[in-house]
Design a protein around this ligand. Structure first.
Ligand code: RIB
Length: 298
């Protein structure tokens, strides 16, 4: 079984569906409200587990009602939460999400996620040493992200760095990642480039191999030479929250099949994930990904 370690955030997503986004000082009536598990780290852990991987998560929760609910959700997906810290003096992370007109807006309050430490990564050393791939994103402190890419590089375990939300990173440890998986805006931010620059040029200038996500257009990937396009899978979009997380998880799970096949499966999994409400609501199981791919080729 493929073994994946995820180092990242755990949030409760407070999701409002509305007819449109609200302006400053304005109140409108929404259509629906749900609170569902989210956070980029937890989402990637859940997506990888549903695709059949053995998954451990390194993260932090508050000792509060959300924390208990979020932990229970992870355990029920079969995820090892032994390296999730429980902090008495901080709240669990939350994300206030508005979905309107097929788009989303998200405000994350990190809470306990801001206290995921490099020491926790070191404590997971043995798990990481045995992992087939490690996933890390940027809703946790940057020194913890750095500790993760450094440890992965030291142990020879591929680290997939998902640079979301976008921040500029020191180039020397950016290049320690096996792959970085930005969208176009995140890639420009990472490289300190103008967001209007052609993404293919940016991919070629990046210090590590890039797998660039392009929403319903699919993804572009490059190890050497020219970037290659994998087209997206057409679906009816209900909620795109968590699509990037599903993509990253699938990429990690299928990496041993080679990059082109991993990207193809990641695009299929990400497409399926947007067909239901909530970041984790539409995350597919392996059988669903296989049947989408069989329909495409058959
Ligand atoms: O990537 C989607 C996630 O971003 C949401 O689940 C939300 O918690 C934010 O972290």
């Amino acid at each position: 079984m493929t073994r994946i370690v995820v180092v990242g955030s755990i949030n409760m997503d407070l999701v409002t569906q509305a007819p449109r986004f609200v302006g400053p000082g304005e109140t409108i009536l929404g259509e629906r409200f749900i609170s569902v598990p989210g956070g980029k780290g937890a989402n990637q852990a859940v997506a990888a587990a549903r695709l059949g991987a053995e998954v451990a998560l390194v993260g932090a929760l508050g000792v509060d009602a959300f924390g208990r609910q979020l932990r229970q959700g992870l355990v029920s997906e079969g995820i090892d939460v032994d390296h999730v810290a429980h902090l008495h003096d901080d709240a669990s992370g939350t994300a206030s999400i508005t979905i309107a007109q097929g788009e989303n807006q998200i405000i994350v309050v990190p809470g306990a996620n801001a206290r995921v430490t490099p020491a926790q990564v070191e404590q997971a050393h043995e798990l990481i040493r045995r992992a087939d791939a490690v996933l890390v994103q940027m809703e946790i402190p940057l020194d913890t992200v750095e500790a993760t890419v450094r440890l992965g590089a030291h142990l020879g375990v591929p680290v997939i760095l998902n640079p979301a939300p976008a921040r500029q990173l020191p180039v020397d440890w950016f290049r320690l990642a096996r792959y970085a998986t930005p969208n176009q805006h995140e890639l420009a931010t990472l490289l300190g480039a103008d967001s209007g620059t052609d993404f293919r040029e940016l991919m070629q200038a990046a210090p590590c191999p890039i797998v660039l996500t392009r929403g319903d257009e699919g993804a572009w990937f490059r190890e050497q030479g020219e970037p290659i396009h994998q087209r997206g899978f057409k679906v009816d979009v209900v909620d795109s929250t968590g699509a990037g997380d599903t993509f990253n998880a699938a990429l990690a799970v299928f990496l041993h099949e080679g990059l082109p096949e991993a990207v193809r499966k990641a695009c299929a999994a990400a497409a399926l994930s947007v067909t239901r409400l909530g970041a984790q609501g539409g995350m597919p199981r392996l059988t669903e990904v296989r049947s989408v791919l069989a329909r495409q080729t058959g």
